[in-house]
Design a protein around this ligand. Sequence first.
Ligand code: 6R9
Length: 657
Amino acid sequence: MAPVPESESQFSSEVYPPSEAMRARAHLPSMEAYRALYDRSVREPEAFWEEQALTQLDWFHPFSKVREYDFEWGQVQWFLNGRLNACHNCVDRHASQRGTQTALIWESDTPGEGRSVDYRELQREVCRLANVLRHHGIRKGDRVAIYMPMILEAVYAMLACARIGAVHNVVFAGFSAESLRDRINDARCKAVITADEGIRGGKIIPLKRTVDEAVMACPTVKFVFVAQRTGNKIPFYPQRDVWLRPAMDAERPFCPIEHVDAEDTLFLLYTSGSTGKPKGVAHTTAGYLLHAALSHRYVFDYQPGDVYACVADIGWITGHSYVVYGPLCNGATTVLFESVPTFPDAGRYWEMVERLGITQFYTSPTAIRAVAREGDEFVKRHDRSSLRILGSVGEPINPEAWKWYHTQVGEGRCPVVDTWWQTETGGIMISPMPGATPLKPGSATFPFFGVEPVVLDEQGREIEGNGVTGLLAIRNPWPGMARTIQNDHQRFVETYLRPFMGYYITGDGCRRDEDGYYWITGRVDDVINVSGHRMGTAEVESALVTHPGCAEAAVVGFPHDIKGQGIFAYVILNAGWEEGQELIGELKNEVRHHIGPFATPDLILIAPGLPKTRSGKIMRRILRKIASEDYGELGDITTLADPTVVEALIEKRKSIR
Ligand code: 6R9
């Protein structure tokens, strides 16, 4: 895909400098302050990161070397031989220093029915859960799957794993039994922690049933721990299932803490790539935690007393780094949001901001667009004067949505931090600093400390200077960088480090404008971004072809008003199958069943054929253009095996929406 946007007008030229009020209290009050720290972080990375590691984290045993790396073989290590524990850093040290401060505010699906826990209670609950795991044989290095709604037990579960050195593998609770099964098996999980059911937007989600279906084909799973969210009757197998609450109540609220190595794996998190098989991205302890905490502190200008809210689900990396690890490592008060932006109405976010006194609010462009289209009334109805900083993540934010967020939600007072990063990067990589950076709507602006972005051409040569477009890559490792892919280090090296030697390849295109601002233009590989969720087109294709009527499928993204990108599927039928609404419904169901509802194609076109080169390669570029109803410059189609197929597809495209 071309890394360049179709028109330059996408790049807004307006600039919003930080307000005086913001500068007066920010950690970084000016561009000079940002530059000084940034320059040091890339000129003297070892001294910079040593200092940060010693001031931000508690260590049981000091590290002997700051970093060691070899991109050719994908060996990256930070803080060698240091020993620490993420749970100690996120819980215990705060329980002893600020025990009665609120750690987590659980915002229940039903507004006002949530509750809070302070750092002392968090410590007791995490210890109880850690003891439950230990008493069921879970040890350091064992993998534990977490398939949970956004409830307190989900956070306890992550931290309990970290406490005993077990590796958590959180699977988003919208994934199907099949996807869950594959992720449990690939990671060889010994146990699953789940809940009876989830509730989102008033709808019940049968989590335990899905786990039961998945675990039937998971030989490594010995126990399924079940939290109660709804209390409804669910199937229960006493030889394998354990009710979490009574088991926790039977345990002591103290639990010894494992001293893990800086490079011991903290968690695995599966994400989509350009092949059909999701990748188990592995993050280690010290580097990841430091990156999450430091970026949370600076990008959200975290200050004691703040009530910080990131409304992402813990099933995604944003939930890991900016609901749980970053804020808790900083001893912050962090909100756990169980609901959806439009429940009970499109004012939910702002009603919550008012009721909880939220100071930083972090969400996705999709959610912003979804509530913006319901009208400004839902915003104006609520007092947002507590807000100081607004954040965006997950996909490029279009300038219209940015301006609505800035003007309507933030009353022009709150900087919008558009944060670019990835599951693999662990934490924020490119983002404004609220008290320093003059903002341009739609630009992620400048790199975070220690991050050296470069723009590469198609041959992997660095394009110097400003006003340039190309592939976004990162030179040199940073602490939060993923270390490997579970069971497939080769794939890690080949995907990220070998395409062009010496760089981490992001898979995103970007532009560095005349002022040096970075603008992320979207994926350049076969990954699409639907509502901020990464999806491999190959995954959706393999789900479609399991339908007996589907001979071949090609999936591409197309512009979607709310979701950013929608999923468009071209399907070729087997002989004897008739096109019709019923079949389209079945094909959609096939995807829901294999991956999950969020991967359902928006549009399916039953195609007479696909544009292929004479060597049989599908010309995705053409499919993307047709899906986008952009029939202008289809490029050279004379190399196609059958050029007439293009006309036929265009005709069909015009008839569906
Ligand atoms: C954190 C997260 C990563 C992909 C990434 C890019 C897109 C994320 C963005 C953005 C433009 C931003 N992306 N943030 N694009 N501007 N501020 O989303 O991780 O789920 O792994 O997705 O999302 O395409 O490569 P992940």
